[in-house]
Write a protein that binds this ligand. Structure first.
Ligand code: ZN
Length: 623
């Protein structure tokens, strides 16, 4: 901190409405004067994550997370304060000028700098690939291919599709001409080193690597149609490349590797464009490939996402749960598609998503189907999609003779294993009823199997997302009277004025857990001004920020002026009593000189008198 002027911070806070900012990440629902949502920082079923438009802050009553608009962006995006300030600054056109102290960058700053460079590189790479596809001679074959797949130029532009030439070094050398360091190119995953040379280069001094890149590095994506993969706010963070000419032994689709920008299990392709539609439909249509998704979206089915890779991860399911309650899987009818559907189930069920499966005719995928049948027919398929368990029972029972008790039990066991993954007890009960009825066993018997599975495989650890800093969340609030004064000093101009005219530094120095109140009183904040509160909060530790955010959401006592005097009096009395206690204990010590005893006696009398004065009704102690 301290590298960004506080006026700039306040300007940024004032220009960024927290409801709009958080609402750009996931939907918020109005609840009285505030907005609510499922907390992104812990797992919950009823929303306790609260955003206050009047206070311009957020607070979760479930896990205690909370703070300013800066804190939200920092915690949600896992970035540090300056990065959050820059991001919010960019949103409202305020440039953040930062000064680095000294020459050396800290680890965190270096990491942030790298991320910044990689984002810029990805944005420029996407544009470079895109221009290859649209304008260059070498993009002709790719243009033909897309046209033949029915993708119009308009669509290619909307999704910024691109083409990576079938050359070893086309992208790499162009990026180096733009001034990119080969180490950044390798960190981005767009360029890789030859496997056999990796061990050699890693032993070389870095300067050698810098001067001899052309021989050791080559483009990862060659001869591929390029799909930029964006995060949920639309920044390009990775690519997926589809082979233009199918080749023996080459993967049809190739994704960027995991990089500082790209964590595969946390990104849903298309989410940046489909967010709004997902909320409105309260249902996500999930397809496997990028082309499927683009075709559905362009056909007008816009509540679509695609997991990167084939199956849903826990992280992706959790993101999705913020937008919808129901998921319709539109995976291919082939074996691989069915496997992917099954493997997705675990993560989806654990996040209490209702899972249905849309039947695809054998050999068809959403892309070909929506083109052939049109939007309405495809929507009918989605509407008629069957509950995953119905679909699964039917599939499993097709090959099992339910007349035989042995095979029935065997099937019941394998189904119980899946049902046991349903986390929500209510939903689990419903599924148990349905499955047992289908199998022709009693619900009790089937439930017993499910219970056995649940105890065999505890799924508890998933309830605690790793990114939640639990020790930090446990910071205890100060005593009640201090908390009350903090609330008043934060929220009421008169109360704040009153306190600041007392000898508060002197008194509070005697109170053990009053540090936060001292910070609030010395802070340059104006209770009525949400931007100044936000600027104040960035000066606090995350734990203190959580406390302050909870105080800002508390109900204010109606008579703040009288309350503050009462609580302040309580604090002063407590301080005097403590001092009196210390003095009366001291005077009992042996080995005291006569002078010490007289001083202590004086002190005790003085303290008693002060206490007595304080306990007089207001005004009586004036003379
Ligand atoms: Zn929470």
């Amino acid at each position: 901190m301290g590298t960004i002027p506080s006026e700039t911070i306040e300007q940024i806070a004032a220009a960024n409405d927290i409801v709009e900012v958080i609402g750009s990440y996931f939907p918020l629902k109005r609840a009285g004067a505030n907005f609510k949502a499922l907390c992104p920082f812990h797992q919950e079923k009823t929303p306790s994550f609260t955003v206050s438009p009047s206070r311009q802050m957020f607070h979760c009553f479930g896990c205690g997370a909370g703070g300013s608009v800066f804190r939200f962006v920092m915690d949600y995006e896992h970035i540090d304060f300056p990065a959050a300030a820059r991001k919010l600054g960019a949103r409202c056109g305020i440039t953040v000028v930062e000064k680095f102290r000294g020459g050396a960058l800290g680890d965190e700053e270096r990491e942030r700098e790298l991320r910044r460079r990689l984002l810029k590189l990805h944005a420029e790479a996407a544009q470079w690939f895109h221009e290859n596809l649209l304008k260059r001679e070498l993009g002709e074959a790719a243009r033909k291919y897309l046209k033949q797949r029915g993708i119009m130029a308009e669509t290619a532009k909307r999704w910024q599709l691109g083409y990576a030439p079938d050359e070893w070094n086309a992208f790499g050398s162009s990026a180096r001409e733009e001034g990119y360091d080969v180490r950044d190119l390798i960190a981005s995953g767009l360029v890789k080193t030859k496997d056999e040379s990796t061990s050699i280069t890693s032993q070389r001094p870095e300067s050698a690597l810098r001067t001899a890149p052309a021989t050791t590095a080559y483009d990862r994506f060659r001869g591929r149609i390029m799909f930029p993969i964006r995060n949920d706010i639309g920044e390009v963070i990775a690519f997926s490349g589809r082979l233009l000419k199918d080749e023996e032994g080459a993967a049809k689709y190739l994704n960027s590797p995991e990089t500082p920008l790209f964590r595969k299990g946390r990104v849903l392709f298309g989410l940046d464009k489909s967010k709004r539609a997902l909320i409105e439909a309260n249902r996500a249509v999930v397809c496997e490939g990028q082309l499927d998704l683009i075709s559905l979206f362009e056909a007008g089915i816009t509540n679509v996402v695609a997991p990167q890779g084939t199956a849903f991860t826990e992280g992706q399911a959790r993101i999705l749960k913020r937008f919808v309650n129901e998921v319709v899987l539109c995976f291919d009818a082939d074996a691989a598609g069915q496997k992917a559907a099954e493997r997705s189930l675990d993560a989806l069920l654990q996040n209490d998503l209702i899972v249905r499966v849309a039947q695809m005719p054998v050999g068809a995928d959403p892309d070909s189907l929506v083109r052939r049948e049109g939007k309405e027919a495809f929507e009918r398929r989605i509407a008629e999609a069957r509950d995953f368990f119905d679909y699964w029972i039917e599939r499993e029972t097709a090959s099992v003779d339910l007349g035989s008790f042995g095979s029935k039990i065997q099937l019941a066991r394998s189904l119980a294993e899946t049902v046991s993954r349903v986390r929500d007890p209510l939903m689990r009960g419903q599924v148990i009823n349905k499955v047992s009825a289908r199998l022709g066993v009693t619900a009790q018997d089937f439930e017993a199997l499910v219970t056995k599975q649940r105890s065999a495989a505890p799924i508890l650890p998933r309830d605690h997302p790793p990114e939640m800093d639990r020790t930090d969340a446990m910071t205890p609030a100060p005593r009640h009277e201090i908390s009350m004064l903090c609330v008043l000093a934060l929220r009421d101009e008169t109360a704040r004025d009153f306190l600041r005219h007392q000898n508060w530094r002197e008194i509070l120095a005697e109170v053990p857990d009053a540090e936060i109140l001292v910070r609030i009183l010395e802070g340059d904040l104006r209770p009525g001004d949400a931007a100044s509160l936000n600027a104040f909060m960035v000066t606090l530790s995350p734990a203190d920020e959580r406390l302050v955010s909870s105080w800002l959401l508390q109900k204010m006592p109606p008579n703040a002026g009288a309350m503050v005097e009462e609580w302040w009096l309580g604090i002063r009395q407590a301080v005097l009593r403590r001092q009196l206690n210390v003095a009366t204990n001291q005077i009992r010590l042996p080995e005291l000189s006569t002078g010490d005893i007289i001083n202590l006696q004086k002190q005790i009398l003085d303290l008693q008198e002060q206490l007595h004065e304080l306990s007089q009704p207001a005004g009586a102690a004036d003379n």
